[in-house]
Design a protein around this ligand. Sequence first.
Ligand code: ATP
Length: 323
Amino acid sequence: MREKENAVITSSNPNYPAGTVITGKWRNSRFVIQSVLGSGANGTVYLVQKAGYRERYALKMGNDTLELQSEVNVLTSLQIQRKQKDKQEGIAHRPYLLEVDDYSERQREIPFYVMRYVEGSPLHWFIRKRGQEWMGIVGLRLLEKLRDLHQLGFVFGDLKPENVMVSEYGEVELIDYGGVSSIGRSVKQFTEWYDRGYWNAGTRGSDEGYDLFAFAILCIHLIHGEGLRAAATQHLPQTRSVSDLLTLVQRSHKLKPYADWLTKAIRGEFEGSDQAWKLWKQQINKPVFAQNKPSHKTPRWLRYAFTFSFLLLCGVVCLAVWL
Ligand SMILES: Nc1ncnc2c1ncn2[C@@H]1O[C@H](COP(=O)(O)OP(=O)(O)OP(=O)(O)O)[C@@H](O)[C@H]1O
């Protein structure tokens, strides 16, 4: 079990500069590095282009072959599940995992995999930029992703805003499958605040409730960050408790629309993520949410352009009449 907040991040692999060509040892595909997308405890992720193609991908190079292999196993299972779902729904399947291979460099073999490049921003940036009214729909899509994973027998584990990417249109993708573990085992990686153990709210065993608890904290963090910070720091670790979180949820005006859902998740009362998803859906369809739904306002420049065109038209008509 690894705690992320305090983990010392070391990488045995250097960061390769833009232009470096990564050639797969077994499949011979060539990927040209464009930039580093991010580095973490499990490796480095690069933005790459497959040689000869225009499309961009994300390539993750691992520090540890076994860790990377376990991420690949989860992604492969998810891929099979998504392919079946897309087929049932008649949607063209867009694979997430593209290639798995090794890169030979100076008599070393560095494992890597290539995945779809998720263009967007991490969840906390997205909410900061677009507004808290997006939490409802984005939360629903995130719960869908968690439910898919749970149906396969996995728990995500290290759920936090940095591991959720949101596209311009509010589509959600989980990234970093390094913390995924099988249901019934122990959580592999966690980050304090989102961790059930940190709040003395339950074990660090891998069950669906662990991810739902982390989801509840993520929601509180994004909507009422100051309150969460205060609750986390006002007690000694041994006296931190579920009741601090419940009090915060009950007292916060901003969290009110989500209060029933959050209370159940914090208390661990959901039977599973399917039930949690259904309740979230019901909750965001309530009238209180309708007033706060993300608006698609006409951009100001378009309104100005319209007014200008209208005035111009009036001018032309007046001129024509006058002449
Ligand atoms: N598919 C992707 N598309 C776009 N960006 C990505 C993708 N996967 C990862 N990234 C970026 O790369 C960063 C590092 O990736 P990732 O979290 O998988 O690495 P890690 O070594 O497991 O990091 P951590 O220590 O945070 O768990 C992410 O924070 C994200 O910004």
